[in-house]
Design a protein around this ligand. Sequence first.
Ligand SMILES: Nc1ncnc2c1ncn2[C@@H]1O[C@H](COP(=O)(O)OP(=O)(O)OP(=O)(O)O)[C@@H](O)[C@H]1O
Ligand SMILES: [Mg+2]
Length: 595
Amino acid sequence: MSAYEEEALGKAYDARLMRRLLTYLWPYRRTVAVALVAIIGHSALQLAQPYLTKLAIDSYIATGDLAGLNQIALVFLFVLLGAFILEYVRTYTLQMTGQRIMFDLRMQVYGHLQKLDVRFFDRNPVGRLMTRVTTDVDVLNELFASGVVAIFGDVFMLIGIMAVLLSMDWRLALVAFSVLPLIVMVTQWFRRHVRETYRTVRIWIARINAYLQEHITGMVTVQVFQREKRSFDAFDGINRTHRDANVASIFFYAVFYPAIELVGALAASLIIWFGGGWVLDESLTLGVLVAFLLYAQRFFRPISDMSEKFNILQSAMASSERIFALLDTPVEVSSPTKPTPRPAPARGRLEFDGVWFAYVDDNYVLRDVSFVVEPGQRIGIVGATGAGKTTIISLLMRFYDVSRGRILVDGIDIRELGLSDLRGLSSLVLQDAHLFAGSIAANVRLGDQTITDADVRAAIASVHAKPFIDQLPAGLASPVAERGATLSVGQKQLVTFARALAYEPRVLVLDEATSSVDTETEVLIQDALRVLMTGRTTIAIAHRLSTIQDMDRILVLHKGQLRETGTHQELLARRGIYYKLYQLQYQEQEIAAAG
Ligand SMILES: Nc1ncnc2c1ncn2[C@@H]1O[C@H](COP(=O)(O)OP(=O)(O)OP(=O)(O)O)[C@@H](O)[C@H]1O
Ligand SMILES: [Mg+2]
């Protein structure tokens, strides 16, 4: 359950994290300065209102000064207007800053994700990474939009009210402050419990996300194996716990706000009781009493607001810790600082020199693999499932770095080449063809504007994808659903062939799809492959031995070791592993033909 443990809340406030968070405010410091002025101005105007009321009562109503009363009413109107404008400025500037910071952070996180190596994605489930870019960034938006800056307003307001109260009448001020210990107690109680429930809610939201992510992607499997009921019940359980956790937190909110109001009312009654007596014995004016009552109302709002902000702060600390951890994940596979320039034009000679590789610890998946592919040569790799064929390709593309030995491209160790130089050299057609949502043409071009429409059409035609694409309603412009869900496996493969061809690579790397396609499509694919391979250094992993029979050389991989190499005929003559594989497939075909 390590995926959930990270939901544990850390410290409520971490100066190191906060300093780093504040750097995101820096580009918007002018806007923030405007917001701060608006916040303080707004608080000051709020403070002024009860005081104006006091003046109205004591100086004008009590003395019957109607002209003065008119004047002060006008001032009051302006104060209200000013407060309205300042509130608008505050809300607008803060929300805008929050949105901008959220945008910046998302770009930064996504930018970093793009640089991370495959090993990182092996380790980190998609659902978790999605949460970083969405929910966690949202929490920080809230911090900037209504937390970190707005808190100044609350503090200013609190101090301001206390100062005004003390200066108007210190006795009554002490009466008003006498409820403060109660407030502190209620707030502490609320904070402690809400923190706990908040944490539980977060854990269960993460579980809902993870569950949905996995089961929506695997919906077909769920349906085929009729797991609907079981899957539904499992989701019901998670969803229910999430709801209950939320309901639990509702309780604390539902008690907290009325409790704060109650304490406020208590303060008001104390003020009326004591203050009323002092008004009667004329040691206090009526205006001051009214002002005290009005201030008391305003006094408790910032306190409850601040507990709310404390929660925001706390979740922001947790979110930022996770986001920063992601941003700080070192990029293990990266271009060297001084890449060796690739010889131009590239020749496309590939060499594996004593390569060892393990995905985890020293569980070697490849053991001492050495071979050379001369420019323009076509080699096939065969071997049982799990023999390490795909791994060879992943190493060649530098998705992972070798554990021992080296891989050379045109005589240069690939770790010394720039990543773009290395990867730009070859086109890769993977076992599971990945298409993006968009048109077929866009999937062939993948955003490379130097590939013209004519190039796309030519590539499509060469790999025999034209007939099926012509049948689609909009031809090349026909939309492809996410992950190519609307195309058949064979069709997807053809589109990825066209993509590989359109890039005109020096080196072609193919990982044949394991799933079988019909004989007709198979013939098409075979022929498309021939077109693709012409004049290019080719490494093709094949499951159907028919695919690679006329390759210049075939490598036979067995449990991570290179066991046999030679042409189809040579390997058959050796009567070794290849011969056995061939026999097996041949028999299968015989059976299939007979059946
Ligand atoms: N990302 C990974 N993390 C850990 N182990 C892995 C990873 N990918 C592959 N392996 C392991 O490495 C071994 C070789 O895998 P590889 O994908 O290279 O096999 P393959 O020859 O391509 O098989 P297939 O014919 O099924 O495609 C397997 O035992 C597999 O379990
Ligand atoms: Mg494979």
